[in-house]
Write a protein that binds this ligand. Structure first.
Ligand SMILES: C[S@@+](CC[C@H](N)C(=O)[O-])C[C@H]1O[C@@H](n2cnc3c(N)ncnc32)[C@H](O)[C@@H]1O
Length: 304
């Protein structure tokens, strides 16, 4: 007689695996790190508009609907939504991000009554901050879920919404790492993909999320070959640490360094200011880094 077969899909606790991966991360989620990043975080559409426009198109927010934007950053979504007349609750744990968003909305003449800015973290008591169950028609979390307890975050977001929930997560272990780096490192099949955890956790809760993909491109520039090699090898190291053993990780990083040496070119835009307001350096990779974001959306009532 054949053994009964139980698919891993229903017998694995994906949130426990997610937690183990998060525990192995180099840095715990920390607002001071995000406050530092806020200084060069863009506030206007610019080159990011493809991502923002595609997100908003897929989100299908209806005229007059209210939106809760968790991890709003400098307002990539909250600002155009308020500009379009939506009431928005814009929440983030980084005061630096929120200040930048407030300043940008002031510059654009957005009615401050349309945006309720809330400084809170994914793990805070949301109700104590006035973010109660069903507080908005649509809840969104764009590129902002790096929490320890993914299931808790997904359920909180769902409870906050009356109609629809929309999130994006990377189709990789981190938006800092692209498929080329993983291939160069020889780790492309070893590290998994963040959005699959969200999909599987939701599926286990009986939710059937829609999935779409939003590609985006980025260039980083470097002063020297050594800086590029150190920086890109470090990205692989922090994404793979505690997932592959130390000697294999060292070999993977050496392969990345060799690949960078073959692919670093003079930056034709050196000296120009990028959309982060930072002057571009002398070298960059021949091809831009491709990041694919998975967009997941579901019915907020699906959990009831
Ligand atoms: C990559 S940015 C994305 C910002 C914006 N949603 C966008 O798509 O451009 C991630 C944001 O999530 C916020 N964030 C990260 N961890 C958080 C946490 N535990 N609680 C609240 N906000 C968090 C950061 O401060 C940052 O503003």
């Amino acid at each position: 007689m054949t053994e009964p077969f139980e698919p891993k899909l229903v017998t694995t606790d994906w949130n426990e695996e997610w937690k183990a991966m998060q525990a192995a991360r180099k840095h715990p989620d920390d607002p001071t790190e995000w406050n530092a990043r806020a200084k060069t975080f863009p506030t206007s559409h610019g080159p990011q508009s493809t991502y923002v426009d595609r997100f908003l198109q897929l989100a299908g927010i209806r005229p007059g609907e209210t939106v809760f934007d968790m991890g709003c950053g400098t307002g990539a979504l909250a600002t155009p939504l308020a500009e379009a007349g939506h009431h928005v609750i814009a929440a983030d744990f980084s005061s630096g991000m929120l200040e930048k968003m407030r300043a940008e909305q002031g510059r654009r003449g957005i009615n401050p009554n349309l945006v309720r800015i809330v400084q809170m973290s994914w793990s805070d008591d949301w109700a104590a901050h006035g973010v109660t169950d069903g507080c908005a028609d649509v809840a969104v979390a764009s590129r902002s879920i790096a929490t320890f307890d993914l299931k808790d975050s997904l359920l909180r977001l769902t409870r906050a919404a009356r109609r629809r929930v929309c999130i994006t997560l990377p189709c990789s272990v981190s938006p800092r790492i692209d498929a080329r780096l993983l291939r160069a490192a020889g780790l492309q099949r070893r590290l998994g993909s963040d959005f699959v955890y969200a999909f599987n956790i939701l599926a286990a809760e009986g939710v059937a999320p829609e999935v779409a993909y939003i590609p985006s491109k980025r260039y980083e520039s470097f002063d020297s070959l050594a800086e590029a090699q150190d920086s890109l090898a470090d990205i692989v190291r922090s994404a793979a640490r505690n997932r592959v053993d130390a000697p294999e990780l060292d070999r993977a990083c050496e392969r990345v360094r060799a690949w960078v040496a073959d692919n670093l070119v003079e930056n034709p835009r050196a000296g120009e200011v990028d959309h982060h307001g930072v002057e571009q350096k002398r070298y960059r990779l021949r091809e831009s880094r491709q990041i694919t974001w998975a967009f997941l959306a579901w019915d907020a009532q699906a959990l009831d």
